[in-house]
Design a protein around this ligand. Structure first.
Ligand SMILES: Cc1ncc(COP(=O)(O)O)c(C=O)c1O
Length: 445
């Protein structure tokens, strides 16, 4: 292929991708879709610029408009999270976590976080060595932290508060880092933060998944409950562009300087100014539409869980009402003989244009399963909520899933019904301009 053909091919692939998402049911818990205004920001000239340093104190010229937008973004982040300080420069959730590690720990310090099988994220995980290679989670492999796990009640899907308290007292961590990727229920920040702080730890919270729900006032409020700083992605339940952020309840100069310096020059040079502009717009949307959006996301997750149970699936944490967030986790191991495990089911559903991901269950490793073909599938309801879906649509989605996974109907046949269903949900909700097709490919030339 010559250069021009490659350009055409890449453009065509992007168009195909847009078409796929316009006809499919998007259920990946870490994803969302941005408004027209946010997308405009991400396409703007902001994406070509550098502005190293703190706004107003840059070491580049040409930053006056960028600076003003960044101040607006910081003010909005402080407002929606009830924070005293915000740094909107980390370029992703992983980078925001690294900012916290580098601000509040030294290599070799003990940190405590949730293990991956219990729903934790790779960025909070320990170092592993395999055949002489160093690999593993960011906290261990990049910051050199000695990562210990917060005790977790595997069947109850919650942190075991009593055991966690004992472990904190015994280990005396430098950092107690809450948060998870399978985040069904709030973490016991209120109970455990004072224990850790008394022993000299900094208490932080990774809100990558739930930042949108927190900003909307529909999940726990970690800063008010005792977390001193919170790191998060801006594009999961929060419907901003792909970016990161750190906010804190502490505006003491010594404390905030640690975060600022860890972000720049520590973790960033260019901090993706187009995404800072997009984030400012998304935060304004959250302020305006967040209450309604967050409530519906959670109602949809609970209702999808309930209908999936009715259709014959085993949704975890039934005794606790399945979830208090956007996420639900299904144990597919009872279906193994007929339908396979997480990977097989993810692939079958993908053929029906239902897009979700396989996921480890907290007890998988003990039953001989691993992340390649685990016993679970995970779903999130943020994106389908933005498409205007409510409880009755959750019933239809659960039924499509039953037809593919339990009835073993030809997924390509189910896809036709999925596509017909999706055709009625093309517009974006909870934003200022809701009359545009959500997945329209924007052509500039
Ligand atoms: C708990 C948690 N932290 C951090 C991240 C990383 O976020 P990002 O992809 O924005 O770097 C994720 C991503 O899914 C996550 O689930």
């Amino acid at each position: 292929m010559n250069g021009k053909e490659i350009v055409q091919k890449v453009r065509q692939k992007m168009k195909d991708h847009h078409e796929l998402f316009a006809r499919a049911i998007p259920l990946i818990a870490s994803e969302n879709i941005t408004s027209k205004e946010v997308r405009e920001a991400t396409l703007s000239d902001f994406s070509h610029r550098y502005a190293e340093g703190w706004p107003g104190e840059r070491v580049y010229a040409g930053c006056q408009h960028l600076d003003e937008v960044e101040f607006i973004c910081m003010d909005l982040a402080k407002e929606v999270f009830g924070a005293k300080f915000a740094d909107v420069r980390p370029i992703s959730g992983v980078v925001a976590n690294l900012v916290l590690y580098s601000a509040f720990t030294n290599p070799g310090d003990i940190s405590m976080s949730i293990s991956i099988p219990a729903g934790g994220h790779i960025s909070t995980g320990p170092l592993h060595t395999s055949k002489g290679n160093y690999m593993g989670g960011t906290a261990g492999a990049v910051r050199g932290l000695n990562v210990k796990y917060i005790p977790f009640d595997r069947k109850g899907l919650v942190i075991d508060v009593e055991k966690a308290e004992e472990a904190i007292k015994e280990l005396k961590p430098k950092l107690l880092h809450f948060g998870a990727s399978v985040f069904l229920f709030p973490h016991p920040v209120k109970q455990l933060a004072p224990v850790a702080k008394d022993l000299g730890a900094t208490v932080t919270y990774d809100a990558a998944h739930v930042s949108g729900l927190i900003a909307c006032g529909h999940f726990q409020d970690p800063l008010a409950e005792g977390a001193e700083a919170m790191a998060f992605s801006t594009h999961k339940t929060m419907f901003g562009p792909q970016h990161g952020c750190v906010v804190s309840s502490n505006d003491d100069e010594e404390f905030t300087n640690k975060i600022k310096r860890a972000t720049f020059p520590g973790m960033t040079s260019n901090h993706h100014l187009h995404n800072v502009a997009g984030l400012a717009i998304a935060l304004a949307e959250i302020k305006e539409f967040g209450k309604e959006y967050g409530a519906q996301v959670i109602k949809n997750a609970q209702s999808l869980a309930k209908y999936l149970e009715t259709e014959g699936f085993t949704v975890v944490a039934k005794d606790k009402g399945y979830t208090k967030s956007h996420t639900l986790l299904v144990d597919v191991s009872p279906l193994q003989e007929k339908s396979g495990l997480g990977k097989d089911i993810e692939e079958a559903l993908e053929k029906a244009d239902i897009i979700l991901n396989r996921n480890l269950l907290p007890w998988d490793m003990f039953e001989g399963r691993n992340y390649l073909n685990p016993g679970g599938i995970r779903m999130g309801t943020s994106e389908i909520t933005r498409l205007g879906m409510k409880e009755s649509e959750m019933k239809e989605i659960a039924n499509f899933m039953r037809r593919v996974v339990i009835d073993r109907e030809d997924p390509t046949k189910v896809a036709k019904d999925v596509n017909a269903f999706r055709s009625a949900y093309q517009k974006l909700h909870y934003c200022f301009s809701s009359n545009e097709d959500a997945y329209k490919f924007i052509e500039i030339y």
